[in-house]
Structures are given as structure tokens and as C-alpha cells.
Design a protein around this ligand. Structure first.
Ligand SMILES: [Zn+2]
Length: 330
């Protein structure tokens, strides 16, 4: 049996169908798992993604040639059957199932196993071979339940608000930001303001059918007094000198799985670090792998070397793919 998905210079390739999955070089036909920049790049002739990602893809890349399918619906390319299944990573994200002549492979994309209350929850899909990410494939990475982290963030926000001090939270503009808004937005502590890049994504996510609470847009005209009790969400890459100056009395926080590690908070130069991630933790990776029933595991981006070694030593048959996907970034 030949492999259904191989790796070449342009990305993960399905030879029998002549399509690529999340390619890192421009190709004719690209299946897209989710709309983070390392998985959904410019320059492909045709994009195929889940319905819930279509509008977000169009907004992010400014392309029109996008076809989409609902989760679970089978479609065929050159006799190979494909379908998208929820990955629980960010709104609209999917795993990609590939079936040909009775053989089934699933490419996980980025995923997390905890239901965040906004994205469609991760759905295990039975397969022969599972290509899994392993961004946090070390035993030290074990997340607290979302609810507990959200309560910690609320306490921090509340303490700042009583001092009339803005709470500035650094969170990626697609995924993490909406997850926080969804979990925190109903709070009575104060308003939620979002940087324009984040607000654009909020709108795209709402228009895609997700029930996301209203947020206010942060502009250069926003009066400082309005921000005194606010939670302000900015993507790390959008935190310009202007905003640093405007929000200089703010308490700052970073939200990332990397905040688990001592020292990560200091390196990010923030007051608080909240270890909340849109990727599976150590236990989540194991649960996901077990539930697929796969006899062969291929580890991609992250601690793939250590993680595949661990799998091999513990009764699995694991290999690695070197990919050009990045770790918890956008
Ligand atoms: Zn991602």
C-alpha cells in the first residue's frame, strides 16, 4: 500500500489526488485546515476549506477562489475522498480525512481536545494513519481547565479595574482573542476593547456564524478614561510604540501555552502569564492518538523528535515529518 500523504518541497502532498494539504509553497489546489498564516499561505490557485473558515480565509488573504464544505461532508478529487472534521483549535479549524481504496489517513492540523465553548469541539476520527501535531509534546505541558484560567484572568482584571488601571492582554488576533472574548466578555468588570486587526477577525468570526459577544474597537481616538476598567486585547505583533505609550499604566499579560515554563513571562516582558493554549497538551495528544485507533502515527511540528521517540518506546509505531509549520504563532 502506497502512502496516501507524503511530504515534498511544497508541503504535504496527496499524490493520488494531486492536491496539497496546508502547503508552504504555492500550488494549484490546496486543502486548508485553518486560517493561521503558517497553514494558510498566499499564492495558491485554488483553496478548499471548511465552510466555517471560508469567510475568514477570504478576509485574511483577500482571495476569491475558495470552495468550502460542511464538516463531515465527503468530496472527491481524482477518486480520493476527503472530508473536514472539527479540530477544536480555533473557529472554523479542521482535521482532514483522506480515504482511498479502503485506507484512511487523518491529518490533524493544529488541534486541542478541550472544548473552548466557541469553536466546534475536537472530534476523534478513526483512521489507519494519524498525522498529529505535537507543539506541546512534553509531559511538562498540562493545561489547567479553561474555567480555572478564566477565573484567574477575571481576578487579575478586577484587581486592575479597582485601581483604574487598564488590563492589556496579548493574544493572537484569530483564535485566542475570540476564545477570551467568548469566555470573559459577559463580565461586569468593564468593557472589552480590541485592536482593529483583532476586531476585523471578530467580525469575520461573527459573520461565519459564531455567537461572539460584542466588543469595542480600540482606535487612536479612544479616550484614556474609557480604558481604565477595560480589558484591552491586542495581538503581540500589533503592540506598537503608540499603544505602549497610550497604555503605559496598564497591567500586561500574555496568554500562551509557553507561559507554563518559568521564565517565559519575564522573557515576554509582561506582568502576568496565563498558560492557555489552542493546542493539545501532553494528555490531550495521547487521548487524541488513542481515540483514532491508528496503527501508525506521524508526528509533525513541535517536539516531534522527542514525542515520536516516546511513542515508539511505549508501544506505538511512530515516525516524523519535518514541516514548515510554526509553534503557537499566527
Ligand atoms: Zn494554528
Amino acid at each position: 500500500m502506497t502512502d496516501l500523504i507524503i511530504k515534498n518541497k511544497k508541503g504535504l502532498y496527496v499524490p493520488q489526488a494531486d492536491v496539497y494539504i496546508d502547503p508552504w509553497r504555492p500550488v494549484d489546489k490546496a486543502l486548508i485546515s485553518h486560517i493561521h498564516a503558517d497553514h494558510c499561505r498566499h499564492g495558491n490557485k485554488q483553496y478548499i476549506c471548511p465552510d466555517f473558515s471560508k469567510l475568514i480565509l477570504k478576509r485574511r488573504l483577500g482571495v476569491q477562489s475558495v470552495s468550502s464544505f460542511p464538516y463531515g461532508q465527503r468530496f472527491s478529487v481524482n477518486g480520493v475522498h476527503f472530508s473536514f472534521h472539527p479540530a477544536g483549535h480555533i473557529p472554523g479549524s479542521a482535521q482532514i480525512r483522506v480515504e482511498h481504496k479502503g485506507e484512511v489517513w487523518v491529518y490533524s492540523g493544529d488541534y486541542k481536545t478541550e472544548d473552548d465553548g466557541l469553536s466546534h469541539a475536537f472530534e476523534p476520527v478513526k483512521c489507519n494513519t494519524f498525522i498529529t501535531e505535537c507543539t506541546f509534546g512534553l509531559p511538562v505541558y498540562r493545561w489547567m481547565p479553561q474555567q480555572e484560567i478564566i477565573e484567574d484572568i477575571q481576578k487579575w482584571w478586577n484587581a486592575n479595574a479597582t485601581l483604574n488601571r487598564p488590563s492589556l492582554i496579548l493574544a493572537y488576533s484569530l483564535g485566542k482573542a475570540q476564545r477570551l472574548i467568548s469566555a470573559l466578555g459577559g463580565s461586569e468588570i468593564g468593557p472589552v476593547y480590541c485592536h482593529s486587526a483583532t476586531q476585523q477577525m471578530n467580525n469575520a468570526v461573527r459573520k461565519s456564524g459564531f455567537d461572539l459577544l460584542k466588543t469595542k474597537i480600540l482606535t487612536e481616538k479612544t479616550k484614556k478614561e474609557k480604558l481604565e476598567k477595560a480589558l484591552v486585547i491586542i495581538s503581540p505583533s500589533a503592540l506598537s510604540e503608540h499603544w505602549k505609550k497610550t497604555l503605559k499604566n496598564a497591567s500586561t499579560a500574555m496568554t500562551s501555552g509557553w507561559m507554563t515554563i518559568r521564565g517565559a513571562k519575564r522573557r515576554s516582558a509582561v506582568d502576568m502569564g496565563f498558560a492557555i493554549s489552542d493546542h493539545a497538551d501532553w494528555d490531550g495528544l495521547h487521548t487524541a492518538i488513542k481515540e483514532t485507533g491508528a496503527e501508525r502515527i506521524i508526528c509533525t511540528h513541535g517536539y516531534q523528535h522527542i514525542f515520536s521517540k516516546w511513542l515508539n518506546e511505549n508501544g506505538w509505531k511512530a515516525e516524523e515529518f519535518e514541516t514548515e509549520f510554526e509553534n503557537e504563532s499566527e
